[in-house]
Design a binder for this molecule. Structure first.
Ligand code: URP
Ligand code: ZN
Ligand code: ZN
Ligand code: ZN
Length: 515
């Protein structure tokens, strides 16, 4: 028997077609409230061959076309999560969501593309890229890569240029923390920033003062003898995030290259981003779903499993101070887009740090929860509109990473990546029902109103009525091209003006002085 996605209200499924795998034929999404970042209106959307073919008020379905009834529901561009770590080796463990389980979780939550952080292998960025492509052979949805730069030498510089030009990697992340592992020095940071500018790549930073964090950890663990997960929060307070954020911004401004600050977790770091944007610098600030909605008190939970699940870096801060400030900054476009930093370690993996927070693998979940949790906290409260919501969960990422308008918009010719959200459905987040391989969930217990009921990836119904219709390997690698006009536009003219100023000759009559 052919199993059709339940929302398909009219179809011509035959034995052996691809409907049960989510694919097959033309698809018509009827009568939904179609939302883009600049407009929302009731429209029909005709999808064929993985692309959006036609958007109009009334499209008739022929006998070959499967129809999905979206009346009373929102139809939005598939979410793009710009910051994840699937299968990442980190702190002696490997993150337990793969490109299969992580993608299934993402699709169940309306996200149809993500950009994962590949790490160098044996000091080689190219080997790292190849390794991550192998991991992604199981991809269930489209994905791109950033690359981490964890050292500086000629080979690193050459490989960055090679990957940017030939392999579609247009963003490079520098860790200012994780001393002795991923951390780089200021000198390396400056070299890296200069090179990013030259090759048209976006520099990204994990902004925490790694030297001070190392000293703070020693003090909290050895002098104060605090070894539980709360020690994690105490050892890396917001002030160390603020210091590094300001330093990175100042160095990027000096080099005059765009900078993207990942996981802005504190009010102070957000304010540094605000000042920089006000000063006209090309600075992007990215808060995370956890940072916007959760509270640091969870790290003081008497249950170790719960406390450990909430350990990430920089730490989740005070919700009433930092979380609310981050939400407001997002509303006012000081912060640009929302990621998850999905880096998940299960309870057994986290238990590695049961006697010492310093060896507790850092990271939280969010791939499946980002869209419903943000809808619930930001749209249902009237803080932002559905159009803003589309911008911060999809469009802005597509523009920044230069995949717009292939992604990030419901437009004729764009990839048919979208989802249907029913604003009336209520449900409670739980690790028992989520799709990640993780056995905990930092959003557990949050009551969402607004559920992703159908997700379409490249024209295939991959999630419908609480069921996945996907298979490993169907996702495609998306090359992100350098010199994104959204970030680099005008930079050359700016530079030419600066250089002209610097080169303006100063007339001095030296003969007279030394004669
Ligand atoms: O705790 C975190 N954030 N883990 C993932 C690695 C990183 O710093 O982004
Ligand atoms: Zn069917
Ligand atoms: Zn980080
Ligand atoms: Zn991260």
């Amino acid at each position: 028997a052919v199993l059709c996605p339940p929302s398909v209200v009219s179809q011509t499924c035959k034995e052996g077609d691809k409907c049960s795998e989510g694919g097959g034929g033309k698809l018509l999404i009827k009568g939904g409230i179609v939302v883009n970042e600049d407009v929302e209106m009731i429209s029909d959307i005709l999808i064929d061959n993985g692309h959006i073919q036609l958007i109009a008020t009334e499209i008739a379905a022929d006998s070959e076309t499967r129809v999905v009834d979206a009346r009373g529901k929102y139809v939005m561009p598939g979410g793009i999560d710009p910051h994840t770590h699937l299968e990442m080796p980190f702190m002696g463990e490997v993150a337990c969501d793969t490109f299969a389980t992580g993608h299934q979780a993402a699709l169940a939550g309306g996200t149809t593309m993500h950009i994962d952080f590949a790490l160098p292998v044996d000091g080689s960025l190219v080997k790292g890229w190849e390794e991550w492509r192998k991991k992604a052979a199981k991809a269930n949805m489209d994905y791109g890569f950033h690359m981490a730069v964890t050292a500086w030498n000629d080979k690193v510089a050459e490989e960055m240029e090679y990957l940017a030009k030939n392999k579609g990697v247009n963003s490079y992340k520098f860790f200012m923390a994780y001393k002795g592992a991923l951390m780089v020095t200021d000198e390396q940071l400056v070299e890296g920033f200069r090179h990013c500018k030259k090759i048209g790549a976006l520099a990204q930073v994990h902004a925490e003062n790694g030297d001070a964090v190392a000293a703070g950890q020693k003090y909290i663990a050895e002098e104060l003898q605090i070894l539980g997960p709360e020690g994690h929060a105490l050892s890396r307070p917001a002030i160390l995030e603020v210091e590094a954020t300001e330093r990175a911004i100042n160095l990027a401004a000096w080099v005059n290259t765009p900078l993207y600050v990942v996981h802005v977790m504190s009010k102070g770091a957000m304010e540094a981003v605000a000042r920089a944007r006000q000063a006209g610098y090309r600075i992007i600030g990215e808060p995370t779903a956890a940072g916007l909605t959760l509270d640091e008190s969870k790290m003081w939970d008497p249950d170790f499993k719960t406390a450990a699940a909430h350990v990430m870096s920089p730490p989740i801060r005070k919700h009433d101070v930092d979380g609310i400030a981050l939400q407001n900054a997002l509303k006012n476009r000081v912060l640009s887009l929302v990621a998850t930093d999905h880096a998940v370690f299960n309870s057994t993996q986290k238990a590695k740090g049961k006697h010492d927070f310093r060896v507790l693998p850092n990271g939280v979940n969010g791939l499946e929860e980002r869209i419903p949790v943000l809808w619930t906290t930001m749209v249902n409260t009237g803080k932002i509109t559905p159009m803003d919501f589309v911008r911060i969960t999809s469009t802005e990422a597509a523009r920044i990473f230069n995949v717009y308008p292939q992604k990030g918009v419901i437009r004729e010719g764009s990839d048919a990546d979208l989802y249907v959200l029913d604003p009336t459905v209520e449900y409670t987040i739980s690790p028992q029902t989520h799709h990640s391989a993780l056995d905990t969930n930092v959003f557990e217990g949050i009551k969402c109103r607004g559920k992703v009921v159908t997700t379409i990836s490249r024209g295939d119904i991959v999630w419908d009525n609480n069921q996945l219709f996907t298979k490993d390997g169907r996702g495609q690698y998306i090359e992100t091209k350098p010199f994104s006009p959204y970030l680099f536009g005008g930079l050359e003219q700016e530079e030419a003006l600066k250089r002209a100023e610097m080169n303006a000759p100063v007339k001095r009559n030296l003969d007279k002085i030394y004669a």
